[in-house]
Design a binder for this molecule. Sequence first.
Ligand code: NAP
Length: 264
Amino acid sequence: MRGGVAELQARSGRAPRLMVLEAGGDDAGAAYRQALRAAARVGVEVEVRRLPPDDAASALEAVRDAGQDPAVDAMVVIAPLPRGWDEGAFALAVNPDKDVDGVHPLNAGLGAAARRCLQPSTPAAAIRLLEAHGVELAGSRAVVVGRSAVVGRPLARMLLDRDATVTVCHSRTRDLGAETRRAELLLVAAGRPGLIVPDMVRPGATVVDIGTNVDAAGNLVGDVAPGVGAVAGALTPVPGGVGPVTTAILMEHVWEAALWHLRS
Ligand code: NAP
């Protein structure tokens, strides 16, 4: 990717530029610290803009302004937003051409229609990991735990686009273990540490742990309990696994958005 960034720099006279807009506390921004380090390594410029945490209207205006700024190629609004803010309004305020985490309804709709668009980077990372390891998706029985707009839903749709047979589970699923035990491919994005225990996993299944939680001791842990590794055929680690790949995909999306702006 560094080569692509250099080519872009030569043609446009500047580095691709990502604007990160955040209104939450330190925890919300922590997820992007890794992205900032990766950006520096691949020559992407990042500006972090603090949104006023007590003024949703001004924050929304700042997001719209960033979307119109010709010097900004790519933008991300960090979730979660402060309590009471309308996440849908913020997703709409992102410029869809700069929406490198695929949150704008236009990108979500294009994705749902299996059309080319900027995709949410976390589910794209889960798919990239599986494909890079040669895991067969077509025809496989896949179970996704979690149905959020940024992870679970787009992930289910990406699996469906690759001909997996997909079941989506959520907090109202009646017998989660009965569903997950059927999975040849189990992808978990619930934000509940230790939710998936060994007897919920089919022996030999491929398990992708997308959960990113901080435990009482301050350690980063996934949604999958430690003993699952002994039952699964393959298990992505936390930390490691999906997180760093998400960062790499986000950088790819910045690069794509910058190139698109150069050509249009
Ligand atoms: P979210 O918006 O809170 O959604 C969580 C989903 O899990 C919801 O659909 C919820 O069901 C479901 N769920 C919660 N408890 C459950 C239970 N006991 N049984 C079954 N389903 C349950 O979270 P998110 O933004 O999708 O993130 C999910 C996890 O992925 C978090 O740990 C987050 O930190 C992590 N994440 C990781 C990355 C990365 O790069 N690795 C990026 C983004 C997010 P309902 O819909 O019924 O409430």
